[in-house]
Ligand binder design. Structure first.
Ligand code: UDP
Ligand code: MN
Length: 338
């Protein structure tokens, strides 16, 4: 599977020229601290917006700012294994974390209510590492948030995209979330200024991954960590349900977003850096049908997604997340011939 990624890289970053163009695209315009897709040149641009000073005083009646004093930039990442008992201990004094990992700031009004959805099967050792890292970062960012671990049972190949659709529908039953983040369990943000709110446009948070030498592997890459407002996600009819096994579902989401008239933004420069927890691909299969499905992205967008999905979840609430377990089979997302 690692090899499969290699092939994907070679296919998409075809030449050194392509890479240089990625780095020097002068056509794009800056949008706040963001850079729009196709522009990887933001390292050269001065950061103009200021982070607030430490003596900044919050008001419970005002929206939390986006650039808070405690968001200082690169943060250290602790990947050492830890048990759930041990992180219970780490957060034992934090009584504001409600069951399901639901937290909201008290000193200001959260700008975004963010549901963090995590597709999951058999990566138990990653979860506590993930929460130990993410909870303090999101608290510093003064967002309201909760975690949904959407777990696939049964014997079908893993279906990351369908899990996200299930997670979305379930999360929306809980709270009026306005922003949803689709987050691989093994991705840890390296910069606490990578703000996990949404925006006018769908966002790709994970532009620079350590496993790709911090280079965007190809312009249309939308994997790892992405986020859409609830409105945007409904408008694109969610993820496709038909991608069984590894690969392609993130590229289809990219297509859906663009067919719906959106562009994608990414955090500027080093803000979008991530480290991934090393893992083995245990018996995962590549989805060989992905190239064909991707050719029909447009035709399939409104017949396969949020609108043709049936499922029966099992739900368990624990201290740091809500677990939604579903046994997925293709019959749960029927698609008429097209
Ligand atoms: N995943 C999982 N169990 C699996 C396969 C995937 O939990 O057997 C989830 C997990 O959140 C993971 C994400 O899907 O981070 C993406 O899969 P993977 O890490 O295998 O992809 P790659 O690292 O090759 O991008
Ligand atoms: Mn991974």
């Amino acid at each position: 599977m690692v090899q499969a990624r290699g092939i994907m890289l070679r296919e998409n970053v075809k030449t050194i020229g392509h890479l240089i163009r990625l780095y020097t695209n002068k056509n794009a315009t800056l949008n706040g601290t963001d850079y729009p897709e196709g522009n990887n040149s933001s390292d050269y641009l001065a950061q103009t917006t200021m982070y607030l000073p430490e003596n900044f005083t919050y008001s419970p009646y005002q929206a939390c700012p986006e650039k808070l004093p405690y968001m200082r930039g690169l943060i250290s990442i602790n990947m050492s294994e830890i048990s759930f008992d041990e992180i219970q201990e780490v957060f034992s004094k934090d009584l504001d974390i409600e069951p399901g990992g639901h937290w909201k700031p008290k000193d200001c009004k959260p700008r975004w209510k963010v549901a963090i959805l995590i597709p999951f099967r058999n990566r138990h050792e990653h979860l506590p590492i993930f929460f130990r890292h993410l909870i303090p970062m999101l608290q510093k960012q003064r967002l309201e948030f909760a975690f949904y671990v959407v777990e696939q049972s049964g014997t079908q190949p893993f279906n990351r995209a369908m899990l996200f659709n299930v997670g979305f529908k379930e999360a929306m039953k809980d709270v009026a979330w306005d922003c949803v983040i689709f987050h691989d369990v093994d991705h840890l943000p390296e910069n606490d200024r990578n703000y996990y709110g949404c925006g006018e446009m769908p966002r790709h948070f994970a532009g620079k991954l350590d496993k790709y030498m911090y280079i965007l592997p190809y312009n249309e890459f939308f994997g790892g960590v992405s986020g859409l407002t609830v409105e945007q996600f409904k408008k694109i009819n969610g993820f496709p349900n038909a991608f069984w096994g590894w690969g392609g579902e993130d590229d289809d989401l990219w297509n859906r977003v663009h067919y719906a008239g959106y562009n994608v933004t990414r955090p500027e420069g080093d803000l979008g850096k991530y480290k991934s927890i090393p893992h083995h691909h245990r018996g995962e299969v590549q989805f060989l049908g992905r190239y064909k499905l991707l050719r029909y992205s447009r035709e399939r967008q409104y017949i396969d997604g949020l609108n043709n999905l049936i499922y029966t979840p099992k739900i368990l609430i624990s201290r740091f997340y809500k677990n939604i377990t579903v046994n997925l089979i293709p019959e749960l997302a029927p698609v008429k011939d097209y």
